[in-house]
Design a protein around this ligand. Structure first.
Ligand SMILES: O=P(O)(O)OC[C@H]1O[C@](O)(CO)[C@@H](O)[C@@H]1O
Length: 533
């Protein structure tokens, strides 16, 4: 059944005009309206893609053939859909009402609400005491990217605390940061689901040492752990009442809503964190209840299937036109590529279809002055997600108009392109000679018909950011279901970790191990350039 649906998509994609967008607008004056979808004030415009009614019907049939609805219900019911780790996938329970989601016999959201209450008490006490001005979050991957992205987006000049992010194993990061901090006024969060991640534990040791140097053993009172591994947090010396836990059914890249979000609550305030959860909850309810044809995460996923599998476009750019969302592309890189960068199906067979594309991005307008050249005139189209925010939170309306005009213009330019007649007329009007026109013409043409999606939110609030992030989380779920890959494991990160552990002693003078000749030579040269005792 799903083979037929894939077959139809392949047939539609082979049509000569399959990638064309402008003819679709020409044929349907209502296209913009008909391919725009909404959920609680968030607007998703898919009209600037080559999705036609026929293509969308075929994609919806594929989703049905893949039992998208049944798989979604399985996730919400706490079934162990993360089959390679034998775990449920219940990040929706982190923002659900008590009683809404179950983990076997347990009320999953109930347990979450106990932790939330403890996080709230802790946050409010820290703010009331006003002893700490700064919070350092030590973590990497999902224990850094999500909360960092959110806190950077929602922090204001009058927010309760400053936040700092220590993720890279590179000691230069801590070297640069420590001079900006007063140990007596700094709270340190060690965020790690496993509490074994090498980079995080290395940084945690550096920072604990710094606290103890300045404050003696009392420095440990300033350590807070956000982890599922209580034993390891105790062994590290974190006071038990400063450990905030979560369950193994929270994947790292989906964990910003859990205790891992404590840095958001501390730096931005508890009401901000609560509203963030409320926004995500609204998107969850939309995802669970909206019909397929109006279901925003599913529709975004279907557009991606069309681009990747139908049109062979293996990358996608994310351009938030809002400086506060500067880390949003980085968060999506992990969310999407760690989830969907898989080459075998859930059953372990070779994937028959293209899976996760390369995701990259930068905020606009900066992106326009770096990689947009390739998107406009490179040989392969790169679909773009534009994120626009209607109302700014500053008093510089001219800046905001300039920003929005650019975001809209980029999407328009990708779609309409620029043909020879237009370029020629422009150059003639500028007084160029015919020879110059002929010389420059090919360089100044834009093919157009390059797809983009525009997400418009009325303002960047904790609620709308919660909606936005959950929208992408559910899109990832849908793609995992359609491509038949486990979107919730990440075995691909293991090999490098193991090899690094083996190489480590060699860099401190240990016996040479067996490697490929290139690695052996590099280790030897490093040892001679930076000899270790
Ligand atoms: O929270 P932890 O256990 O330190 O893991 C950090 C990150 O490492 C990974 O396991 C692999 O990169 C991510 O999935 C995770 O977010």
């Amino acid at each position: 059944m799903s083979q037929d649906a894939w077959g139809l998509i392949a047939t539609l994609a082979r049509a000569p005009e399959a990638a064309a967008i402008r003819p679709l607008f020409a044929a349907d004056p209502r296209r913009a309206e008909r391919f725009t979808f909404r959920a609680d004030g968030l607007r998703l415009d898919l009209s600037k893609t080559s999705l036609s009614d026929e293509v969308l019907d075929a994609l919806l049939a594929l989703a049905a053939a893949r039992d998208l609805g049944g798989r979604r219900a399985a996730m919400a019911s706490g079934a162990h859909i993360n089959s390679t780790e034998d775990r449920a996938v219940l990040h929706m329970a982190l923002r659900g009402a008590p009683g809404r989601y179950r983990d076997g016999a347990e009320d999953a959201s109930g347990a979450v609400h106990d932790t939330l209450a403890a996080m709230r008490r802790f946050t409010e006490r820290v703010h009331a005491e006003a002893r700490f001005t700064d919070v350092v979050n030590i973590g990497i991957g999902g224990s850094d990217l999500g909360p960092q992205m959110v806190a950077r987006a929602l922090h204001r000049h009058d927010s309760p605390m400053r936040a700092h992010w220590l993720s890279n194993a590179d000691g230069h990061a801590w070297e640069a940061m420590r001079h900006t901090l007063d140990p007596a006024r700094t709270l340190v969060l060690v965020a790690s689901k496993t509490f074994t991640t090498a980079e995080t534990m290395s940084n945690a040791h550096l920072v604990r040492h710094w606290l103890r140097d300045a404050l003696g053993e009392a420095g440990d009172r300033q350590l807070v752990a956000l982890s599922t591994n209580e034993k390891a947090t105790a062994a590290f010396g974190v006071p038990a009442d400063q450990v905030f836990g979560f369950k193994d059914w929270v994947g790292g890249r989906f964990s910003l809503w859990s205790a891992v979000g404590l840095s958001v609550a501390l730096s931005c305030g508890w009401p901000v964190f609560e509203q963030l959860l409320a926004g995500a909850r609204a998107m969850d309810e939309h995802f669970l209840a909206a019909p397929d044809r109006e279901n925003l995460p599913l529709l975004m996923a279907l557009a991606e299937v069309w681009h990747v599998d139908g049109l062979g476009l293996r990358s996608r750019a994310v351009l938030p036109y809002d400086e506060r969302l500067s880390r949003f592309p980085a968060h999506l890189q992990q969310l999407e590529m760690e989830s969907l960068g898989k080459r075998v199906t859930v059953e372990g067979l070779p994937a028959e279809h293209g899976t996760g594309p390369v995701v990259f991005g930068e905020p606009g307008t900066n992106a326009q002055h770096s990689f947009m050249q390739l998107l406009h005139q490179g040989t392969t189209p790169v679909p773009v997600d534009f994120v626009l925010v209607a109302r700014p939170d500053h008093g510089f309306p001219d800046s905001h108009r300039l920003l929005l005009a650019n975001g809209l213009a980029q999407a328009e330019a990708l779609l309409r392109g620029r043909d020879a007649a237009e370029v020629r007329a422009e150059m003639q009007a500028a007084g160029k000679s015919e020879a110059a026109i002929e010389h420059l013409l090919p360089h100044r043409l834009f093919p157009g018909d390059r797809p983009s999606t525009t997400i418009l939110i009325p303002e960047l609030s904790p609620f709308t950011l919660g909606q936005l992030v959950a929208l992408y989380e559910h899109k990832v779920f849908c793609l995992g279901a359609i491509w038949d890959v486990n979107a919730f494991d990440q075995w691909g990160v293991e090999l490098g970790k193991q090899l690094a552990t083996a190489i480590l002693p060699e860099l401190s003078g240990g016996a040479a191990q067996e490697h490929d000749p290139s690695t052996t030579a590099l280790i030897a040269e490093l040892r001679s350039l930076w000899p270790q005792p």
